[in-house]
Design a protein around this ligand. Structure first.
Ligand code: 5GP
Length: 189
């Protein structure tokens, strides 16, 4: 059995991706979340080493030059996000399957790197109006940041067909069931 499998979740923000990822981590104990590094500031109750490893942009750039990342992107202008090589080793050393919550470009890069060992899942929000409503009700982003995220979402939806599977999140319960089915299949293969 190959114990170096990875599951990649990509989606425009506000599509419900993080909720689905959280539910999969609860449901499948053999999965572990890859904690990304970022140069953005913590939101709400986020803590270093839990949701993200938080670094200054300067430290982040130093880590790029030291080749510490498998992939990284400047997802929003001025905000870097990246997957640390050390994070992959940390999780694989436990014999677990890695779960990535990553932007669409990063997801495509990881799929290219891991090939058949990766299940790449694209979560799609039902519509731009629904996406705006969700981002507003989350209440953690400024109006400017919301508009930036929506513009990006529209662009990112165009890449959905590059993923192994697309889950449309119009009903959370249905999306969770569908995703769990795909993961079960992948883990059994
Ligand atoms: P947020 O600021 O809402 O936490 O995340 C913004 C975006 O960055 C999300 O789409 C998230 O999936 C993505 N992201 C998080 N970690 C990484 C990473 O390590 N690499 C890349 N390329 N994107 C990431």
């Amino acid at each position: 059995m190959n114990n170096r499998k990875v599951i990649i979740f990509s989606a425009p923000s506000g599509s419900g991706k993080s909720t689905i990822v959280g539910k999969m981590l609860e449901k499948f104990p053999q999965l572990e979340f890859s904690i990304s590094a970022t140069s953005r500031s913590p939101r709400g109750n986020e803590r270093h080493g839990k949701e993200y490893y938080f670094f200054s942009a300067e430290t982040f750039r130093k880590m790029i030059s030291e080749e510490a990342f498998v992939e990284y992107e400047e997802v929003y202008s001025g905000s870097y996000y990246g997957t640390l090589k050390s994070e992959l080793e940390r999780i694989w050393a436990k014999g677990k399957t890695i779960v990535f919550d990553i932007d669409v470009k990063g997801g495509m890069n990881l799929k290219r790197i891991f090939g058949k060992d990766a299940l790449a899942i694209f979560i799609m929000a039902p519509s731009v109006e629904e996406l705006r409503r969700r981002l507003l009700s989350r209440g953690t982003d400024s109006p400017e940041s919301i508009e930036k995220r929506i513009a990006k979402a529209e662009e990112e939806n165009g890449y959905a067909d590059r993923f192994d599977t697309v889950i449309v999140n119009d009903s959370l319960e249905k999306a969770v069931d569908e995703t769990a089915g795909k993961i079960q299949e992948f883990l059994n293969a």
